[in-house]
Design a protein around this ligand. Structure first.
Ligand code: SF4
Length: 65
């Protein structure tokens, strides 16, 4: 089963790096905040890439401590 993940919208600075890493998973909304448009739109590797690329470190796995 795919791991769940989320964006901490309070920390997002709207840089778009996650969209570049996984364009079918993340999008920027009208407030320039990342949102998950399709959690199944990318591989775990792509989602991890987005997490690693995020300068605010605001994308997290649900089961992360
Ligand atoms: S990479 Fe991080 S800070 Fe940049 S838009 Fe995505 S969630 Fe927001």
């Amino acid at each position: 089963m795919a791991r769940k993940f989320y964006v901490d919208e309070e920390e997002c600075i709207g840089c778009g790096a996650c969209v570049d890493s996984a364009p079918d998973v993340f999008s920027l909304n009208e407030d320039n905040i990342a949102e998950i448009i399709n959690a199944a739109g990318g591989s775990a590797e792509e989602i991890q890439d987005a997490m690693d690329a995020c300068p605010s470190e605001c994308i997290h796995w649900e089961d992360e401590d």
